[in-house]
Design a protein around this ligand. Structure first.
Ligand code: NAD
Ligand code: TYD
Length: 359
């Protein structure tokens, strides 16, 4: 049995769908609290799959988490559950510390207790895989080398600080107790089931709704983009063959300025879903910058390639086309996740009737 936390979120649900398709026999338990970001509808095709189980549980609940370990005796845990949106962490950081720091600590404690009861092969093969982000390394100048696994941590937002804290706890549980942990630090993901509060899905859905496409500041901030299914395959590799105690940076070698990403999305939409007149680019609106906005992230992914032979299958051009096509084919998914809670956030963040405020 594999435990997956946060499996109803963007990356977790892609991971579960891919994992069940790519492997045989092993069952999987999805442990998810179902916050605004968790959407069980992503996994509705698994309803009758005997290998899939779901537990609506908060990772901070130590009693239930301990019971799940005792009942299901997992051979590994892939820990995705987190609060993940930087802007929300700026507006209200509490939940980020609670879930990302205390929740990870609680899982580590439960895993340590359970692992200490194991013997032989079961003990040797147990793994705790912690899914983290490149944002823990802080920000890069235009000519700085990309983040490697030995880049010092320098998180700048409450989100990245809470993820950095959880990474440190994971590391300490290996060094202190010998718990066989693995950590992945990945760049920005995009693809199907991406909640439309993040740049790429927000721009696609606002474009189709005729709403402004909000660009923070000058739009020249750089992110390294990775198609979500490539992240999922990297996690499968690290889980199967990574060395306990090691961290692996995962990235797509796709550094792009935000404005270029938005231009690309507009151009693909102009081709696949043309407007009656004009271009989607006409909807671009420059808005007030995010406080403490990191200027550039870039990942050096040579270690995972060298040691585990992992490489992304998609280029940015192929992945972004697939992503736009998925959103065009699934308008009901977007309508479904745009709940009252989501609209309240958009109202608070951008003001007015879910539209962007000019800078
Ligand atoms: P997401 O916000 O889409 O999903 C998070 C999931 O965790 C949701 O299903 C939510 O219900 C669940 N969750 C939140 N709090 C919980 C709690 N207390 N108990 C149980 N479940 C809880 O996030 P995502 O984009 O899928 O990111 C998944 C992981 O990958 C996170 O750890 C994130 O830091 C990391 N990551 C994300 C990116 C990215 O670009 N999205 C890049 C690198 C790393
Ligand atoms: P986001 O998708 O929130 O991911 P992260 O902050 O984790 O990198 O943002 C990606 C980039 O896009 C980031 O530089 C902020 C910028 N951005 C905008 O310009 N406008 C927006 O409305 C959003 C949500 C993000």
């Amino acid at each position: 049995m594999l435990f997956v936390t946060g499996g109803a979120g963007f990356i977790g649900s892609n991971f579960i769908l891919d994992y069940l398709a790519a492997t045989q026999d092993e069952a999987l338990l999805n442990i998810d609290k179902l916050t605004y970001a968790g959407n069980p509808y992503n996994l509705s095709t698994l309803e009758n799959n005997p290998r899939y189980r779901f537990s609506q549980t908060d990772i901070c609940d130590s009693t239930i988490i301990a019971e799940l370990f005792t009942r299901y005796r997992p051979r590994a845990i892939a820990h995705f559950a987190a609060e993940s949106h930087v802007d929300r962490s700026i507006a209200s950081p509490d939940e980020f510390v609670r879930t990302n720091v205390n929740g990870t600590f609680n899982l580590l404690e439960a895993a340590r207790r359970y692992w200490s009861t194991l013997e032989g092969k079961e003990r040797e093969e147990f793994r705790f895989l912690h899914v983290s982000t490149d944002e823990v390394y802080g920000t890069l100048g235009p000519r700085d080398a990309p983040f490697s696994e030995i880049t010092p941590y320098a998180p700048n937002s409450p989100y990245s600080a809470s993820k950095a804290a959880s990474d440190h706890l994971v590391r300490a549980y290996h060094h202190t107790y010998g718990l066989p942990v693995l950590t992945t630090n990945c760049s920005n993901n995009y693809g199907p089931y991406h909640f439309p509060e993040k740049l790429i899905p927000l721009v696609i859905s606002n474009a189709l709704d005729g709403k402004p496409l909000p660009i923070y500041g000058d739009g020249m901030q750089i992110r390294d983009w990775l198609y979500v299914k490539d992240h999922c395959s990297a996690i499968r590799e690290v889980l199967a063959r990574g060395t306990p105690g090691e961290t692996y940076n995962v990235g797509g070698w796709n550094e792009k300025a935000n404005l270029d990403v938005v231009h690309t999305l507009c151009d693909i939409l102009d081709e696949l879903a043309p407007k009656a007149d004009g271009s989607y680019r006409d909807q671009i609106s420059f808005v007030k910058d995010r406080p403490g906005h990191d200027r550039r992230y870039a990942i050096d992914a040579r270690k995972i390639e060298r040691e585990l032979g992992w490489k992304p299958a998609e280029t940015f051009e192929s992945g972004i086309r697939k992503t736009v096509a998925w959103y065009l084919a699934n308008p009901e998914w977007v309508a479904n996740v745009r709940s009252g809670n989501y609209m309240n956030w958009i109202e608070q963040q951008y003001g007015g009737s879910a539209s962007a405020q000019p800078a």
